[in-house]
Design a protein around this ligand. Structure first.
Ligand code: B12
Ligand code: SF4
Ligand code: SF4
Length: 323
């Protein structure tokens, strides 16, 4: 019996280095209602782009008319490295670029198999797509109480991406079960109590939002709870038993291998460096990095918060630590 195109397509995605791959038929997002409720509560804070794209996000056939199916992939970035002031996802090369290149290679393979006329479009975090909804639909995992998409064999330290195609494909079965049970570790561990209910986050309180997406001064009442977090936060994933058991070691080579300068565990040392960043050094440091998202002002603001949390008012510190 010949192997179906769908099986070969999934194999090809895995062969290109993705860790999970599933197929979904595009259509209305099952959680579009939950997303609208979330926006109505203003939990998105200053992320206005989420509101602007809400109508497109409600149905995956809308962003690119003519698209019918998606290959949804996951790329593990390794959750078994020490936690530190910079979230693990941002320690290697910017994942958007890494995943787009691989999804483009997948499209090239599809065209070689099915004909040059096949249309395709890659999405990694940038399009108006509810990616976790789509990934659950493609069978990749369930929505944890920490809102992460969790896979029963990998945990949640992975990125999600999708290649939309104008081809009809036999979809995989959606992931139908949840495996959080009575656990509430993530809800209890969140330093800023950002979860208003299991599976629902008020992003305005989330350290990841505050240190990456939020522009302007930090809300003073949340500063102490930000602790040592300079960029992003992994706490609600670190405590998750599915990660404790299944998180993989960080890649030792390739684009996602963590850069030593971003993997340090001394918050004061890194905060000091961020505090004295000038535009030239900032551009060098973030050239191929997802950290560019926080902008120079954001990184310096975050550094000031971390230094203040260590009793070091930023105005008092010198560029070099005392010897
Ligand atoms: C906006 C955004 C954020 C915001 C808001 C996060 C959030 N939970 O919504 C902030 C800046 C805080 C953030 C943080 C992080 N993010 Co982010 N983020 C996004 C983005 C761009 C949109 C997410 C979104 O639509 N949020 C709206 C809310 C309503 O959706 P949701 O929380 O995902 O909930 C969905 C379901 O859970 C369900 N739902 C809603 N209510 C309820 C209630 C119940 C009971 C249940 C069961 C389900 C359910 O419906 C929702 C819509 O589908 C996506 C990329 C994309 N285009 O999808 C990446 C994405 C979700 N982020 C990602 C990552 C890696 C992170 C961080 C780990 C980075 C870090 N280390 O700092 C943290 C994780 C924090 C966390 N616990 O979520 C990955 C997640 C991969 C995964 N395995 O899930 C994504 C998919 C990017 C990518 N392409 O890989 N992120
Ligand atoms: S990423 Fe950190 S601050 Fe945000 S919800 Fe998770 S534990 Fe809380
Ligand atoms: S920590 Fe527990 S409740 Fe939270 S996502 Fe993991 S299994 Fe679910």
């Amino acid at each position: 019996m010949s192997t179906s195109f769908e099986v070969r397509l999934r194999d090809q995605a895995l062969g290109l280095g993705f860790d999970l791959a599933g197929l979904a038929t595009l259509g209305p997002a099952e959680t579009a209602g939950a997303f609208d409720d979330w926006l109505r509560q203003e939990y998105h804070g200053g992320m206005d782009y989420l509101r602007r794209g809400a109508e497109l996000r409600a149905d995956t056939t809308r962003p690119e008319p003519g698209m019918v199916s998606a290959v949804v992939v996951a790329l593990d970035y390794g959750g078994r490295s020490p936690s530190g002031p910079i979230a693990r996802y941002a320690r290697g090369t910017d994942y958007h670029r890494v995943m787009w290149d691989r999804l483009d290679a997948l499209l090239t393979w599809v065209r070689a198999e099915r004909g040059e006329a096949v249309r395709g479009r890659a999405y990694v975090d940038t399009g108006p797509i509810l990616e976790r909804d789509l990934a659950r639909r493609a069978g990749l995992g369930w929505f944890g109480k920490n809102t992460m998409l969790i896979n029963p064999e990998r945990g949640s330290f992975f990125f999600i991406g999708a290649l939309f195609l104008d081809l009809a494909l036999t979809p995989d079965a959606p992931f139908a079960t949840s495996h959080c049970g009575t656990c509430t570790r993530c809800l209890d561990a969140c330093p800023t109590q950002a979860f208003v209910a299991p599976g629902v986050m008020d992003a305005r309180r989330c350290i990841s939002y505050l240190t990456i997406e939020h522009r302007g001064p930090m809300p003073p009442e949340l500063e102490p709870a930000i602790g040592d977090h300079l960029y992003g936060c992994d706490v609600c994933q670190d405590v998750c038993p599915w990660n404790v058991k299944f998180a993989s070691p960080p890649p030792t080579d390739g684009p996602l291998a963590p850069q030593p300068a971003l993997s340090g565990t001394d918050p004061v040392a890194i905060a000091r460096e961020f505090h004295f960043l000038d535009p030239v050094r900032y551009r060098e440091m973030t050239r191929d990095s997802a950290m560019a998202r926080a902008k120079l002002d954001g990184l310096r603001r975050n550094a000031a918060v971390v230094l203040a949390n260590h009793g070091l008012p930023p105005d008092d510190i010198s560029p070099q630590p005392p010897r």
